[in-house]
Design a binder for this molecule. Structure first.
Ligand SMILES: OC[C@H]1NNC[C@@H](O)[C@@H]1O
Length: 439
């Protein structure tokens, strides 16, 4: 059964997503100050092939061309992030050139009838704040609140859909525990404190949003994974429950219920981590939607030798270039689980795949990405037809870009970027999407 755009509610929006550090470039230009990723990517061993985003997709200078491409595809919406160190400097002063870039980008999108969705924080913390302790310094939540208020004042007249944080789980646990993302720390106590401060930052930002953008909608975007036991044995099921709470609840439950997930909290409580319960009133101020980033499932098995008694087991389904299993039904399962548990409107703020994309004669035959997207579109439609309040779907990503520790080796775009020339090429998936959006 081939689904069509018209099978979706007419107000359902299709878009693409990017983030500042991954596409903008101009990393040290027009008054922009360094972020933790500008520093981390220049430190040996952190990013494959020592790549960085000094130039990236040169989007800072090419944004008009890129918006034109979005318009040609017929996108309803575009999700992007603001680079905090591009708009606010270490003396707490606005950087007008950086602000002007986002003003022009928003105006260009509106001119093309593309709805802007802004993410305030997509991992590029100003480096001077990291030097003050970064996400481990409790004051960071107030710095974020003031940055958020400034952006709401500057763009809230035209931008009505805002996301406070992208994937705080990654900021906290990849950045402060596993050390594979900036700032590259490996300390579980720091990671849990960072997680808590990210949630506090979110709560403070929502508070000021209600005062400044009265007709706007605000949410938080979390990465979710369908967590399943590797083996049908009791101990693996128990670990799956724990890991599901840790990955799919640690940044959802406090925001809606004002408390951390019980079982997972039991594990971290043993580590003697304060859960700062008195902050949960701030953290759980009401939001308008959850952003859902879905890519794959995670198989877990009990392993008493591991720090948290579990380890991840590779599955046997077909995988993308990231080694992630293609598991469309997991999207449906997670949308259903989130909607039943939290009863909030949902946007898929990221879904997509990294593929072995080859540019030949100006074409990229990424039929595997068309198949991937079609299967996940079908799951989104199934969720809507089952009564889940799903309101939009953003493909990750508009264009190939800097994939963090993987550098430019992983191509997620529906638009191919030739980094040696900065030329953009519609992949077959982009041409397919253009037809789908007009179907
Ligand atoms: O790994 C693909 C994407 N996942 N979510 C966050 C984005 O910044 C990544 O590029």
């Amino acid at each position: 059964m081939k689904i069509k755009r018209s099978d979706f509610p007419k107000e359902f929006i299709f878009g693409t997503a990017t983030s500042a550090y991954q596409i903008e470039g101009a990393a040290f230009e027009d008054g922009k100050e360094p972020s933790i990723w500008d520093i981390f990517s220049h430190e040996k061993g952190n990013v494959k092939n020592m790549e960085n985003s000094d130039v990236a997709c040169d989007h800072y200078y090419r944004f008009e061309e890129d918006v034109e491409l979005m318009s040609q595809l017929g996108l309803d919406a575009y999700r992007f992030s603001i680079s905090w160190p591009r708009v606010l400097n270490k003396n707490g002063k606005k950087n007008q050139k950086g602000i002007d870039f986002y003003n022009r980008l928003v105006d260009k999108l509106l001119e093309k009838n593309i709805i802007p969705f802004i993410t305030l924080y997509h991992w590029d913390l100003p480096y001077y704040l990291y030097e003050k302790g970064g996400w481990v310094n409790d004051d960071i939540a107030l710095y974020f609140r003031d940055y958020a208020a400034m952006m709401f004042e500057l763009l809230g007249d035209r931008v009505k859909h805002w996301i406070t944080l992208n994937e705080p789980w990654c900021s906290a646990f990849l950045g402060y525990y596993m050390g594979i993302h900036a700032p590259g720390h490996k300390d579980i106590n720091e990671a849990l404190k960072a997680a808590h401060n990210l949630l506090r930052a979110h709560g403070y930002a929502v508070g000021v949003f209600r005062e400044i953008v009265k007709d706007g909608k605000v949410g938080i975007t979390n990465v979710v994974m369908k967590v399943e036991p590797a083996n049908e044995v009791e101990e693996d099921y128990q670990m799956a429950v724990l890991v599901d709470e840790f990955i799919n609840g640690w940044f959802h439950d406090p925001v809606v219920f004002g408390k951390y997930p019980e079982n997972a909290k039991g594990v971290f409580g043993k580590l003697g981590i304060r859960t700062y319960d008195n902050d949960l009133d701030i953290i759980s101020v009401p939001i308008d939607f959850f952003g859902v980033n879905y890519y794959t499932r995670q198989l877990v098995t009990y392993d008493p030798d591991e720090p948290f008694m579990y380890k991840i087991v590779p599955g046997n389904l077909p995988k993308t270039e990231m080694g992630w299993e293609v598991y469309p039904s997991g999207l449906y399962d997670m949308l259903k689980k989130l909607y039943i548990r939290y009863r909030l409107p949902l946007y898929i703020t990221e879904n997509g795949m990294a593929g072995p994309d080859k540019l030949e004669g100006g074409l990229v035959k990424d039929t595997y990405r068309i198949d991937y997207l079609m299967k996940h579109f079908e799951m989104a439609l199934k969720a809507i037809n089952d009564g889940i309040d799903l309101r939009g779907y953003f493909i990750w990503s508009l264009m190939d870009n800097f994939e963090w520790a993987e550098g430019y080796s992983k191509r997620f775009g529906i638009i191919y970027v030739d980094y040696s020339t900065q030329k953009r090429y519609f992949k077959d998936s982009a041409l397919w999407l253009k037809d789908f959006l007009n179907s």
